[in-house]
Design a protein around this ligand. Structure first.
Ligand code: ZN
Length: 199
């Protein structure tokens, strides 16, 4: 495939051909129990618009690079309660493939920016995702934080790695308080664990 190489801190780019090896992965199935209230939220017609808003934000790339290295920092401490790629289902239906990792850090645990960047979405009114933050780190890399109890940044804010952007909650469709952390590369969800340096 052809990729665009960015030179950090400049606007210089270079087109380059790279080869990729695509491997098959085996992802687990995770069964969750949803409350009647959560099922009602999943079935809300407004979800389509919400998904579209998030998708559009994840596609808004800029030439500017904010990342200072090739790695991200885990945004919250806690047990991993859901893995990337898992097929999520209830006893009677398949819901979706899990596009991030879940960190069960406990209600009100701090959520920090995984790297320097610009907040491109900060919303408190989402039905499905709950209180949501998306940070653009440049170079096509973005991070998503959902189900927050409260949001401490606003759209356009510049953040450094480790800045508090919110607190863990269970807003939206969540089974207990946790941070759902997503990493996106050019709009495609990738495994956040692959972006951490030996943490
Ligand atoms: Zn999740």
């Amino acid at each position: 495939m052809t990729v665009t190489e960015f030179k950090a801190g400049t606007r210089k780019t270079k087109r380059k051909d790279i080869s990729l090896i695509i491997q098959k992965s085996n992802y687990p199935t995770e069964e969750i129990k949803l409350s009647a209230q959560n099922i009602k939220k999943i079935e809300s017609p407004g979800n389509k618009k919400e998904r579209k808003t998030i998708k559009a934000a994840l596609k808004k790339e800029t030439n500017k690079i904010f990342l200072e290295g090739n790695y991200l920092k885990r945004p919250s401490r806690g047990r991993i309660s859901g893995v990337f790629g898992a097929s999520r289902r209830t006893p009677d239906r398949v819901l979706w493939q899990h596009r991030g990792v879940d960190i069960a850090g406990g209600r009100q645990a701090v959520v920090k920016s995984a790297a320097p960047g610009i907040v491109i979405l900060a919303r408190e009114d989402f039905n499905l995702h709950g209180k949501t933050v998306i940070i653009n780190h440049g170079g096509g890399i973005m991070t998503l934080y959902i189900h927050l109890d409260s949001v401490k940044v606003k759209k356009g804010d510049k953040v450094s790695e480790g800045n508090i952007i919110g607190y863990i909650g269970d807003t939206g469709v969540a089974v207990g308080p946790h941070l759902h952390w997503g990493v996106y590369l050019h709009g495609t969800p990738v495994n956040p664990e692959d972006w951490l340096r030996g943490e």
